[in-house]
Design a protein around this ligand. Structure first.
Ligand code: FCB
Length: 435
């Protein structure tokens, strides 16, 4: 399956139209000093009004699938209770439009935009938010469960918990280890509680999307090896292990040194309900160095920084993480649900956007994905991040990951050369990658 991905807050705009409620990203982006250049997602790509044009572009690229997310506060402005029919109708139109165009809808229920009303009631550190998520999942499942090919409950719970509640770099901008840990559990619990409602109401497959990367020791030293494994525990295994029915990893629990009293009887069973697939978002590897034993400090050393995000380009990292996840967990099916390259390239004199570096990035990572398939990984699809240049969270509009250029003044869309290259890859079902 060849696709491309986006998320609601990053592209939709129409932040206060047709009854949409406020989300934590509206509140955060409207808070001075949080987003580069003072950018907000108020308008973003205005996909809410231009989705038909965007589906047309997807058709030209020949996408087999489109991964998008649903804005919870469009459907339930207060997070629970009263349904906003006009919000729900937008996703009905989007799903129907995709199907008419022969593109499979892949829906993500949560890509970071919690309704502000639920944040005001405690946010993800409050257990009740997980129950609210299960109600919302059921509403979406009943509305479009007959037509959506593939469901993801969450996108990157690690980032929601870490960047949102510990680093403070993302909404809601809190800085608390307590809140981060409770959040991570309640996100997983919400996933687990939503599964029965999804299973009962949808025809498509159901899974979750994690951001995963290998954590490699910076040297041969024991300390670095220990630190790398611990970092893996806090990042990868913290989510993979409970989903696979193994509970939280003991080494990471011990290192956090924090009571896990938010875990209640039955939670781990709910979280471990079988999945149809695991989605892997992958951008870079992490290299870990430590210079003292005990409560190990972790520093990320990037050998080369070659994207506008400062992220290392290291294509074998995709092979490494896919084969490792398959070896250690054997999920029935994997997807690469995000992988992409940020670089701003201006149009040339003929108006073409010749983004050869992005082409090289996707080509090299796709070749590694192919290698993983050859080595037995049940990889079923690849989704480029992103279809459109969009609102890149705290970086605002300055980071451009799109296969399609968006002029944020006029909102005009222009497919980049990478979009046409991807079209050829899709047409040849990957044969083109050999060139
Ligand atoms: C991922 C997010 C996605 C986008 C890319 C660059 O972590 O899921 O929304 O920000 O990174």
């Amino acid at each position: 399956m060849w696709g491309a991905a986006t998320s609601a807050y990053q592209i939709e705009g129409a932040h206060d139209e047709d009854g949409r409620g406020e989300s934590i990203w509206d509140r955060f982006s409207h808070t001075a000093g949080k987003i580069a250049n003072g950018d907000t997602g108020d308008v973003a790509c205005n996909h809410y009004h231009r989705y038909r044009e965007d589906i047309g572009i997807m058709q030209k690229i020949g996408l087999g699938a489109y991964r998008f997310s649903v804005a919870w506060s469009r459907v339930l402005p207060e997070g629970r209770g009263q349904i906003n029919q006009r919000g729900l109708d937008f996703y009905q139109r989007l799903v129907d439009g995709l199907l008419e165009a022969g593109i499979q809808p892949y829906a993500t229920l949560y890509h970071w935009d919690l309704p502000q009303a639920l944040q005001d009631a405690g946010g993800w550190p409050a257990r009740d938010t997980a129950l609210a998520f299960a109600e919302y999942a059921k509403i979406m499942a009943q509305a479009v469960g007959d037509r959506v090919a593939s469901w993801a409950t969450f996108n990157e719970p690690y980032v929601s918990a870490f960047a949102g509640y510990f680093q403070g770099r993302h909404a809601p901008g809190h800085q608390s280890l307590d809140e981060m840990l409770a959040t991570s559990h309640h996100l997983l619990l919400a996933h687990g509680l939503a599964l029965p409602a999804l299973r009962a109401n949808v025809q498509g497959e159901v899974g979750i999307v994690l951001n995963l990367q290998q954590h490699e020791p910076a040297s041969e030293s024991e300390l670095d090896a220990e630190a790398a494994w611990l970092a893996d525990g806090k990042h990868n295994r913290w989510y993979l292990d409970p989903l696979a029915g193994r509970g939280y990893p003991a080494d990471a629990v011990a290192d956090f040194g924090h009571p896990m009293d938010f875990v209640q009887a039955g939670d781990l069973e709910a979280i471990a309900a079988p999945l149809d697939y695991l989605g892997v978002n992958h951008y870079f590897r992490t290299i870990v160095h430590s210079d003292r034993p005990g409560n190990l400090p972790v520093s990320n050393i990037k050998r080369e920084q070659t994207t506008d995000m400062g992220w290392e380009v290291y294509p074998p990292g995709l092979y490494d993480i896919l084969t490792r996840v398959n070896r250690d967990y054997s999920f029935a099916k994997l997807y690469v649900t995000e992988n992409g390259f940020s670089r701003t390239v201006a149009p040339d004199s003929a108006g073409l956007i010749v983004d050869n570096e992005r082409i090289g990035y996707h080509r090299d990572y796709l070749r590694q994905a192919h290698r993983a398939i050859q080595d037995g990984v049940p990889l079923a699809g690849y989704f480029a991040w992103s279809l459109l240049d969009n609102f890149e969270w705290a970086h605002g509009f300055r980071q451009r990951f799109g296969l399609v250029h968006v002029d944020f003044e006029t909102l005009e869309r222009t497919p980049k050369e990478s979009a046409w290259w991807y079209r050829d890859v899709i047409r040849s079902n990957g044969e083109r990658l050999a060139d």
